[in-house]
Ligand binder design. Structure first.
Ligand code: ADP
Length: 803
């Protein structure tokens, strides 16, 4: 250090500071009251490139950029008031004109007499710091990018993996339908089981990666929580039955029937929890409860609980099981299949819904998984037919006989909500005593007895047979059992003299129909029709229907013409364009998948014609499609369509949407844009043995049995022709034609919720699309067999209605 106290260039202030200046790495500069540099430390010389001789006598403007000169005055002013200037970040310039970042602070200096003598500026070069902060930021960004790229890769990869996996699952199922040797069957069954669990795993990983990649989206759809829970439970009924477990659904009757949320994801959550409950319970029961905790004007809070009587989870394991790939222990893993991802995903999902998943459990004493969610209330669909049917049950006395407490109390609760008068007993013996007593003592007998078929001791069939043989007892029993063999069950019920039966797990609508049937109260529908075809209050509309499937054309035509609207039809996009050029329409209903020109192309062409002709306003176009892929709705809207109706068509919705166009004040998009069709979610393992679910088909037709019969007529007409088309197209190797015909058959089958036929048609459609020509003959045979089974049931129903 060459600067010393004796250095002639130092003034009085510099003298005091020379020792500090000599030892400090920061640039230290002493300035006089007038702002002249009086001392210039060696480090200042190093940093700025000016020697002490050059700097002293200059002002700080030597190193301060012109736009920052105000800083000099600020520091001087503060010093003159005796105040320090706190460190601030700024820029300085070296002799070589290089600008660089510094942190600057300043301190006042007083003379011997205490007067203001000047100030000292300390300048710390921070280039290094800034550089390393910059580098840190860059490193962080690149780590984040890498992690998000990994998640994106995982999401894309698992998505891509699903397609071939679906093909493997589908083709294996087809192969298993062939006549094959026992060994081959064994191999194929192993492939099927492994590919099922692999698909499951891929789906889980996909979900997980979506969470990580922040690509997870929730839908907002109106749904009925009761229906959702009942449908979820129905699918799992077979697994519970196979283990001899009682699966009970308890939805508090005051639960709102319409809420807005993501039913698919909620179903996934419940499926995971109920599936686990069944998996980890060897005997006893699994109870699913839904209870409204608060119902306000616009929203409600529902509590969901899945309660099992299974192996339980110790307190310490309860903290672990929510982590990915965690199972309680290795031995458990071997005994119970699973990936350990289910709860992780479930917890994520509930998190996304704004809830929290709780578990209470102790080893050997079962577990309860619970969560609470708040939903906006949706407008409840007016279920007048069901309400009317329930009203007829008011005051009826009913004896409930079930050995399972949860199941018994769920029934009692349900009957109370219909204002019936239930009495419950736990055994067949008590039931017989009770029934005999009422008849002996001349008490009013029960109007109805609901009896569980499978009970220890005297089972339900024996009770029913005894009741039937005893003339004094008037109650007509309905039997219920958790059996999956519906045919066998119905035969035994008939032999035992039961008036009706329902399958467990019992859904509210099925119970209602069965009670109505057994008590002879008027069935759903009939005179309780809802006036679907009363004359509309809207002016008649001109509707262009573009649809290639004859049955769908007939249904839409029938419904809309009955409402007084004028309908013109086109069977493909090209015809639609011709019609559009020559006609005037208030609304266009557009099928998507059609030969020659599909719905997207037709819509785009119509929009172009309108654009070229300057037509205002554009004609509203509503897509009608059985596509159920996420994003289809967006695709329709992108193609220039205004709304979306899913197939199988809900007739009330069809009318609502079409008529929304008659009144421009109606919020069209909201009314018209509906969720994609639910056909894809029709579970193939549903514990239902009739090919068609006519109850839900009828519900969709608002209880109009006449219309259902008409639709059966269309089916009987069209299905054989379509099957012939499939056959001929396969022989000619025309895969496109096979695909189209299979697609139409799928739509026809969906009208009746015929899951097996839908699945067969869908598989054939997929196989022909994927060019898997060799698998088509077997697929077509399977489809023909399913259509045949379906036809038999439909024809029997039609005939029963014409008596
Ligand atoms: P998986 O069921 O695929 O193994 P989950 O994440 O769903 O994975 O569950 C993690 C673990 O938590 C299970 O392996 C099991 O040990 C435990 N578990 C979950 N649900 C229950 C239950 N209802 N009863 C007992 N143990 C359970």
């Amino acid at each position: 250090m060459s600067d010393t106290a004796e250095d002639p260039t130092y003034g009085p202030v510099a003298g005091l500071l020379s020792a500090v200046m000599a030892s400090c790495g920061d640039a230290i500069i002493a300035c006089s009251v007038e702002g002249r540099i009086e001392a210039w430390s060696q480090s200042a010389a190093n940093v700025y490139g000016y020697t002490s001789q050059e700097a002293v006598g200059e002002t700080l403007e030597l190193i301060v950029p012109p736009e920052r000169v105000f800083e000099i005055k600020k520091m001087a002013d503060a010093a003159s008031r005796g105040e320090a200037t706190k460190p601030f970040d700024t820029v300085r310039i070296r002799r070589c004109d290089e600008a660089f970042p510094v942190s600057v602070s300043a301190f006042p200096v007083r003379g011997d007499g205490g007067e203001f003598a000047g100030y000292v500026v300390v300048e710390k070069e921070v280039s290094g710091l800034v550089r390393s902060a910059d580098e840190l930021r860059k490193a962080l960004a690149s780590a984040e990018e890498a992690s998000s790229a990994k998640s994106r890769f995982l999401a894309n990869a698992s998505h891509e993996l699903r397609t071939p996996m679906n093909a493997i699952v589908g083709m294996t199922a087809l192969a298993l339908e062939e006549e094959i040797s026992p060994e081959l069957r064994d191999y194929l069954e192993t492939i099927r089981d492994s590919s099922d669990s692999m698909l499951h795993l891929i789906n889980d990983v996909l979900d997980l990666s979506k969470f990580e990649a922040d690509r997870f989206e929730l839908d907002e759809t109106a749904f009925d929580p009761r229906e959702l829970v009942e449908a979820t439970i129905k699918v799992l009924g077979a697994a519970a039955h196979a283990k001899g477990l009682e699966l009970v659904c308890r939805v508090t009757p005051t639960t709102p029937a319409g809420v807005v949320g993501d039913p698919t994801r909620l179903r996934q959550v419940l499926t995971n929890l109920i599936g686990n409950a069944i998996k980890f319970t060897a005997s006893g029961e699994v109870v699913v409860e839904v209870e409204p905790i608060a119902v306000e004007k616009r929203r409600c809070r529902l509590a969901f609980r899945v309660i099992d009587s299974g192996i339980g989870i110790s307190a310490e394991d309860q903290d672990r099981i929510f982590a990915p790939f965690t199972q309680v222990d290795g031995a458990t893993t071997r005994r119970y299949a699973g990936t350990g991802l289910g709860l992780t995903i479930t917890q994520h999902l509930i998190d996304c819904f704004g809830g929290e998943l709780d578990v209470t459990s102790s080893l050997g004493e079962g577990s309860t998984f619970s969560f609470e969610l708040t939903f906006p209330l949706a407008e409840e669909s007016d279920n007048a037919a069901a309400n009317e049917a329930a009203a007829r049950l008011r005051g009826l006395t009913v004896l409930v006989v079930d050995d399972n407490e949860a199941s018994r109390s769920a029934l009692v609760e349900q009957f109370r909500s219909w204002e019936m008068k239930p009495t419950a007993v736990a055994t067949g013996r008590e039931a017989l005593e009770r029934l005999a007593r009422t008849s002996e003592e001349g008490e009013q007998g029960f109007n109805l007895a609901v009896i569980d078929a499978l009970m220890p001791g005297i089972d339900g069939f024996s009770v029913a047979a005894k009741v039937e043989a005893d003339e004094r007892i008037t109650a007509k029993p309905i039997l219920m059992a958790s059996t999956t063999d519906r045919l066998e069950f119905s035969r035994r019920c008939a032999e035992a003299g039961a008036a009706a039966f329902v399958q467990k797990p019992v859904s509210q609508s099925q119970l209602l129909s069965a009670v109505v049937e057994a008590t002879g109260a008027a069935a759903l529908g009939g005179e309780s029709r809802q006036g679907l075809f009363q004359l509309p209050e809207v002016a008649p509309l001109r509707v262009l229907l573009v649809e290639d499937t004859p049955a769908n054309r007939k249904v839409v035509q029938r419904v809309l013409t009955k409402r007084g609207h004028h309908l013109e039809m086109a069977v493909n996009g090209r015809e639609a364009l011709d019609a559009f050029r020559n006609g005037q329409y208030d609304v266009v209903l557009m099928d998507i998948q059609m030969p020659i020109m599909d719905g997207f192309q037709a819509t785009e062409a119509i929009r172009e014609i309108e654009h070229a002709a300057g037509k205002e306003p554009a004609v509203p176009i509503v897509a009608m499609t059985a596509h159920s892929m996420r994003g289809d709705r967006e695709r329709c809207l992108r193609a220039g369509m205004d709304g979306y109706l899913s197939k199988p068509l809900d007739l009330q919705q069809l009318i609502d949407v079409v008529e929304a166009y008659a009144d421009p004040s109606v919020g069209l998009t909201a009314a018209a844009i509906d969720e994609p069709a639910k056909t894809a979610s029709v579970p193939s393992d549903e514990t239902q043995h009739d090919p068609a679910d006519l109850v839900s088909a009828l519900r969709r037709l608002r209880g109009d049995r006449g219309l259902l019969v008409d639709m059966i007529g269309f089916f009987e007409e069209d299905a054989p022709t379509l099957l012939q088309t499939v056959q001929a197209a396969i022989e000619q190797g025309n895969l496109e034609e096979v695909q189209r015909a299979a697609h139409s058959l799928k739509g026809l089958a969906a009208t009746f919720d015929a899951s097996a036929a839908i699945a067969a048609a869908r598989d054939l459609e997929t196989a022909s699309r994927d060019g898997a020509a060799e698998s088509l003959p077997a697929g077509a045979r399977r489809l023909a067999a399913e259509v045949d089974r379906l036809c038999q049931q439909l024809t029997a129903y039609r005939e029963s209605q014409s008596i």
